[in-house]
Design a protein around this ligand. Sequence first.
Ligand code: CTP
Length: 417
Amino acid sequence: MSERRVLLIIGGGIAAYKAPELVRQLKAKGLAVRCLLTAAAEQFVSPLSLASVSGDKVYENLFDLTDEAEMGHIQLSRDADLILVAPATADLISKMAQGLANDLASTTLLATDKPVMIAPAMNVRMWEHPATQRNLGLLRADGIALIGPDEGDMACGEFGLGRMSDPIEIAAAAHALIEKAPARTSEPTAPPALAGHKILVTAGPTYEPIDPVRYIANRSSGKQGYAVALALQALGAEVHLVSGPTALNDPQGMRVTRVETAQEMLHACQASLPVDAAIMAAAVADWRPSDSHDKKIKKTKSGLDDLKLTENPDILATIAKQGDHRPALVVGFAAETDKVETYASEKLARKNCDWIVANDVSQDSGIEGGVMGSDENRVHLITQTGTQNWAQMPKVHVAQKLAHEIATHFTPTKETR
Ligand code: CTP
């Protein structure tokens, strides 16, 4: 039997923070999971962490035309064997009971003919309210399965019924229900836009050791590069992610090579060739200590005067050099604190790349706390024919938009336009 799939709809309640654990438990049961977040759920759980644990694109907004072109709400439902709503908030339960359809979650729920299970989570008073109980009665009558809620202490300080069931129990119940569900019938769909394309992505910082306890590094969380890798994978690309040290989990279903230094990153990238495209989002350290020290350097009066630096190889420029294995599309990133477009355009020419994704990493970029480590980004896409200025948006959306541009570049006649 083909792999069974769960569409997990995450409502906007405090219990949404348990969603990554629920995804893990469902996967442990051998189920594939695709996540769909309501707007409120995004306040409690990050789309990027869900994309990492599920190994799939996370769906959020009904009116995202890119999503609708690639995977409409009907297709989301058609591709699932079971729709699981967890946490099912009082609001979402009410919408389901009334048949409302004003966002991607409620529209998908109204459009489905698949089995649906809900795991409610709310304050005990909301749970006991006659309106909620009336709505639950309607859902039961519609054949919707229910798991929980449990009794216990609540985030709001009260005690009673309303806690979402444990992810292990929800996963077990979902698995039991899916076993009984009829096999999925999916209409044939066009292959994803980047199917058959091999793409190399670099992400994160590099660490250049000074001695066994110290290193030189750039500020980079790796979030933007990982999001790009996942977005390309969601469009069907075979992705090889070469990552410097980050706190992020390896994305599922793609080749991941972990490296530490710029030289290791260069070798891993060269070993990955040939590829159709290379997206170099890593924040590579420009220099490394010239001498390696096996022992910790002790503090002396001369401080680190003896620290001599050697310039690191430019990975982007090396990969973009004309030659037999030059990828057809080489995309660099440019982190600038001033004259963003001017410096980025110079970088595009100097490094012989095709596009540059330029971002303003200055403290006055308009993004609270700066771009580094943030979930938000504002970028300009600079190509040899012009510049697109993109609005500020989550890094996950920047990644999806970039993946879409790449798909359009390779298959301009497909539905990606
Ligand atoms: N890059 C690289 N290898 C390096 C330095 C940078 O591959 N040794 C790549 C980055 O991955 C990014 C692009 O080059 O795609 C630009 O990185 P950035 O740090 O903005 O540029 P630098 O070349 O370091 O220039 P400068 O620091 O002078 O702005």
